[in-house]
Design a protein around this ligand. Structure first.
Ligand code: AMP
Length: 495
């Protein structure tokens, strides 16, 4: 099936063809007709499936098609489409897609997010835009300053809604919903379906079309996954070895904490491997620069924490390395989804030390497959090593989980800080991988009384500090007691 057979106009088809797309991806095949229909949509789409075009293309089509009998709108453009995303990077990425796909439509778009000056955003908004992509906090800032008018929004998109809830944005989302017109089309995209997402969907969507393109929480088939068991202290050396031995030029490396990311990048640079860091304590300018250099191929390694990496879309990113295993299993799916995008093959390597074995088993349970384990000669783990508690947050983390960042977007803490494993309970309630796949622990967002009364927009609620901000001592995951798990018993040669 071609894009034009899906009902998209020549100007849109021309733009996507020029961009190199020859055929719609599975999510696009389903989402485009559903959005063109005008009804609400609930889409379970993994990262890298082409979901952005899945909603952007039909939205462009809808905005450029006049309703029967309607007159062309005159005067200043009004925001007719609002796309909310969890991170600044994703917001920028989505808006770039809007520009790319919409270049022949004459529609105008812009993006607003925190961490950068608000004034240029104000002047762009003042000139009038049709499509606004935003992170929730900065959007609310604009709303409070009356620099954005949301009264004409016809279509609302919540992109990566699961991550928005994970980041504690539910109150901001509710505030935004409260100021939107009741009559509108709502599109909700989420990679995973926790109970919180279902609750949000129930209250937001009216008889939605349901689309799910990949098995829930499954990992992208094209990604080769591998575990290298290794001692805790040898991880950095092993990473350096892998990069140098295999001549890797573009590697996205994940750590659990911002502190860990900084330290690792420093050490890599000392080993003559060019590395920069992207996380919530970095200024937006530093993050944008690091990402741009990495995308261009000028930088060998980008070290990232989970939230900062959301929205990173790099064509043909060949390698993702989990230097540290995420304590929330779903993050593994998000992390490795940075490679193997839109049909390209990719490799995801996890360096697992004895402390992380249980976490990795939780991941394997989630993705419903056992990941091949390969011991690298010279890096055989000590079979008698005892597991130690895992640091889930940077020890330097104090107060709010960001520095100098404006509201909205990234910078509201890091995943390990977000107490996603059971709220503000004792450390032993917050340990590695303890969140069930139904994600019942988003205690801020899961308050049933707060409901998301979205169509009538009646729900308010104060902006609560993110859970990350409410703790200042490092969170520790207890050690797993197993010392010789299957993961460590298997061995083989690296390919
Ligand atoms: P997304 O899941 O929206 O982040 O898209 C993942 C990647 O797929 C991006 O690099 C897109 O440019 C690419 N992409 C989206 N749609 C298509 C398509 N129909 N054909 C080829 N690549 C696509």
């Amino acid at each position: 099936m071609s894009f034009s057979a899906l009902g998209l106009s020549e100007s849109i088809v021309r733009a996507v063809s020029e961009h190199g797309y020859t055929a719609p991806t599975p999510i696009q095949l389903q989402a485009i007709p559903a959005v063109l229909n005008g009804g609400d949509l609930l889409a379970g789409a993994q990262t890298g499936t082409g979901k952005t075009a899945g909603f952007v293309l039909p939205i462009l089509q809808r905005l450029t098609t006049l309703k029967p009998g309607a007159k062309p709108v005159e005067g200043k453009r009004k925001v007719r489409v609002l796309v909310l995303t969890p991170t600044r990077e994703l917001a920028a990425q989505v808006e770039e897609s809007v520009r790319t796909y919409g270049k022949y439509t004459g529609l105008k778009s812009t993006v607003v997010y925190g961490g950068v000056g608000i004034n240029p955003q104000i002047s762009t908004l003042r000139q009038g835009v049709d499509i606004l992509v935003a992170t929730p906090g900065r959007l609310l800032d604009h709303h409070q300053q009356r620099t954005v008018d949301l009264s004409q929004v016809e279509i609302l998109v919540l992109d990566e809604a699961d991550r928005m809830l994970d980041m504690g944005f539910i109150h901001d989302i509710k505030k935004v919903l409260a100021v939107l017109p009741k009559q509108r089309q709502n599109l909700l995209f989420s990679a995973t379906f926790s109970d919180d997402i279902k609750k949000l969907a129930d209250s937001l969507l009216d008889n939605p079309a349901l689309i799910e393109v990949a098995r829930r929480n499954s990992t992208v088939e094209m990604i080769q996954q591998k575990v290298h068991p290794v001692d805790r202290e040898k991880k950095r050396e092993l990473l350096t070895h892998l990069i140098k031995e295999n001549n890797w030029h573009q590697v996205l490396v994940f750590t659990r904490t911002k502190h860990g990311a900084n330290r690792l990048a420093e050490q890599l640079n000392k080993s003559n491997i060019t590395a920069l860091v992207i996380h919530g304590n970095k200024s937006q300018a530093a993050r944008t620069k690091a990402l741009a250099e990495f995308k261009k191929g000028d930088l060998q390694v980008l070290v990232a924490t989970d939230i900062a990496a959301r929205g990173i879309d790099i064509d043909q990113l060949p390698h993702v390395v989990n230097f540290e295993i995420p304590n929330v299993p779903e993050d593994y799916v998000h992390r490795i989804g940075r490679t193997g995008r839109a049909g390209a093959s990719g490799e995801a390597i996890s360096l697992v030390c004895v402390d992380e074995i249980k976490m990795f088993h939780d991941i394997e349970r989630l993705i419903k497959r056992e990941v091949e384990s390969v011991v690298i000669p010279g890096f055989e783990p000590d079979p008698n090593a005892k597991a130690q508690p895992i640091l889930l947050r940077s020890p330097d983390h104090q107060g709010r989980g960001r520095s100098g960042a404006g509201r909205g977007g990234q910078g509201r803490g890091e995943p390990g800080q977000k107490q996603r494993q059971g709220g503000r309970g004792k450390p032993d309630q917050r340990v590695g991988g303890a969140r069930s796949s139904t994600g019942t622990s988003h205690n801020t967002s899961a308050n049933p009384k707060s409901g998301v009364n979205t169509k009538d927009g009646s729900v308010g609620g104060g902006r609560s500090a993110p859970r990350a901000a409410q703790k200042s001592t490092p969170a520790l995951a207890p050690a797993t007691t197993r010392t010789t798990p299957a993961l460590f018993r298997k061995s083989g040669r690296d390919r």
